[in-house]
Design a protein around this ligand. Structure first.
Ligand SMILES: [Zn+2]
Length: 163
C-alpha cells in the first residue's frame, strides 16, 4: 500500500508504539494498517478416524484440504461449519483448532482445524473436481508437497492424537 485508500495522498512510514513503523497518511493524520483476508482450512476425519478427506479443485491436480474465506462479520468457527456444509454437506461431530499460517501469495491468514465428520457420505458441490478419503498414514505423502495444507497436517499428526 503506497497511497492512502481514503484520500490518495502518498503514505509515509511513521512509528506507532509497539507496532513499529506503520504506513501513515499525513493528510488524514491517520495510520493506514495493511488489510488482509482470513480463511479456514479443515483436516476432516471420517467417523472411524482412519481416513482424511482430500480434495482437488479448480483444475489443479494436487490434493489439498477443504478451505474457504471467512466472510465479513463471521468468526472462524462459523466459516468452518459453513464451508464444510456448502462444499460437502458432511455433518460435523466435533472440531478442534490446530494451527494457523499466513499465505503471502494471496495475503490471507489461514486458520486450520481438525474436524471429525459424523458421516463419510460426501455430497460435493461444483467447486470440487474430485475427492478421496485417504488413509491417515498416506495423507502427508498424498497432499500437495510443500503446501500449507501439508504443514498443517504434519503439525496435527505431530501432536500424536486424533480428534
Ligand atoms: Zn489520507
Amino acid at each position: 500500500m503506497k497511497y492512502c485508500p481514503e484520500c490518495g495522498t502518498k503514505l509515509v512510514m511513521k512509528r506507532n508504539g509497539i507496532d513499529g513503523m506503520v504506513p501513515y497518511c499525513p493528510h488524514c493524520q491517520q495510520f493506514r494498517f495493511i488489510k488482509f483476508s482470513s480463511a479456514i482450512s479443515a483436516i476432516i476425519f471420517n467417523p472411524q478416524r482412519d481416513k482424511v478427506l482430500l480434495l482437488q479443485q479448480y483444475g489443479n491436480p494436487h490434493y489439498i484440504l477443504l478451505s474457504g474465506y471467512i466472510n465479513p462479520g463471521e468468526n472462524a468457527k462459523e466459516a468452518l461449519k459453513r464451508e464444510i456444509t456448502e462444499e460437502t454437506k458432511l455433518p460435523i461431530a466435533k472440531y478442534e483448532y490446530n494451527d494457523n499460517a499466513y499465505f503471502a501469495g494471496h495475503d490471507v491468514l489461514i486458520h486450520n482445524y481438525a474436524v471429525l465428520a459424523d458421516s463419510d457420505n460426501v455430497q460435493a458441490n461444483n467447486e470440487i473436481d474430485k475427492y478421496n478419503w485417504i488413509p491417515v498414514n498416506q495423507v502427508i505423502d498424498t497432499i500437495m508437497p510443500n503446501s500449507l495444507a501439508q504443514s498443517f497436517a504434519k503439525e496435527w499428526f505431530n501432536k500424536k492424537h486424533l480428534i
